[in-house]
Design a protein around this ligand. Structure first.
Ligand SMILES: C[S@@+](CC[C@H](N)C(=O)[O-])C[C@H]1O[C@@H](n2cnc3c(N)ncnc32)[C@H](O)[C@@H]1O
Length: 255
């Protein structure tokens, strides 16, 4: 089971490297409002979707690759409950959405697990679906420093992929910038935060006391899952000085 679904099965809701605080900073810059047609790539547990929906956008569409996850979100937050809110099973590489149909797109902790070709296809899709002047936000894993050596990068990718059970291919901050710019976007804002996904203080601030307690109890009941979570945390700590969370907001230039 991929690490993010293992964490979700233990009760973890926030699955992105910079936590809720970095998400909030990104949303402050993206400013979702009643005038927006929003598309979220990879909504996962729907945590950011709820924050965005609280701003009552004109429409919202979550594009989630996992069928069961998309169906769960649709049943909880979508279609039947709120007009103009939908979650569909599709890849962010080919959303099936009309060109220029969104004013705001964002995605968190989803590009970092894609190959360079997939990253380029997802960014091209975001560019296509956005109206000129539309905003695009990302919140991803970054490697430090920009001049990180090839051997260190390979070791981090290999160990993280082995532990998390999905391909992990983060870029450096300078590479994320270049990727967005090569897709045609103009960068407006960026910031970084520590990659503390599994550190106790971050768990508390992301999940609250009740959530953290629920995760701790589930870990006690499931020794196999506990071992895997602790192994993931060991890798995050071993490479802590090379890992960061990064958020960027850019715009599709007006035609
Ligand atoms: C680490 S989780 C992050 C979930 C959520 N964005 C968050 O930050 O809590 C990765 C998510 O990306 C989704 N995903 C991965 N590749 C995708 C793709 N090409 N299109 C849509 N969703 C994708 C997975 O199904 C999963 O929900």
């Amino acid at each position: 089971m991929p690490g993010h679904w293992l964490l979700a099965s233990l009760g973890k809701r926030v699955l992105r490297p910079g936590g809720l605080e970095l998400t909030r900073q990104m949303l402050t810059r993206l400013r979702p409002s009643a005038a927006d047609d929003v598309v979220e790539f990879a909504p996962g547990m729907g945590v950011t979707a709820r924050l965005t929906l609280a701003q009552r956008p004109r429409s919202y569409c979550g594009i989630e690759r996992e069928e069961a996850v998309a169906q769960h979100l649709e049943a909880r937050l979508g279609g039947g409950h709120v007009r103009g809110v939908h979650f569909i099973r599709a890849s962010a590489e080919a959303t099936t959405l009309a060109s220029g149909s969104a004013t705001l797109i964002y995605g968190e902790a989803m590009l970092s697990m894609q190959t360079p070709e997939q990253k380029a296809r997802i960014l091209a899709e975001a560019f296509r679906v956005l109206q000129p002047g539309g905003r695009y936000g990302i919140h991803e894993l970054a490697l430090l420093p920009d001049a990180i050596g090839a051997a260190e990068r390979k070791a981090i990718e290999r160990e993280m992929s082995m532990n998390i059970h999905v391909g992990v291919r983060p870029a450096t901050v300078a590479e994320w910038r270049r990727l967005l710019q090569s897709a045609g976007f103009e960068l407006e804002w960026e910031t970084t935060a520590p990659m503390h996904l599994l550190e106790p203080r971050r768990l508390l601030s992301d999940e609250g006391w009740r959530g953290a307690l629920r995760i701790a109890c589930n870990m006690l009941r499931r020794p196999g899952a506990r071992r895997r979570v602790l192994a993931m945390r060991r890798v995050f700590r071993r490479y802590g000085s090379h890992l960061s969370a990064v958020a960027m907001v850019c715009v599709k230039p007006a035609a």
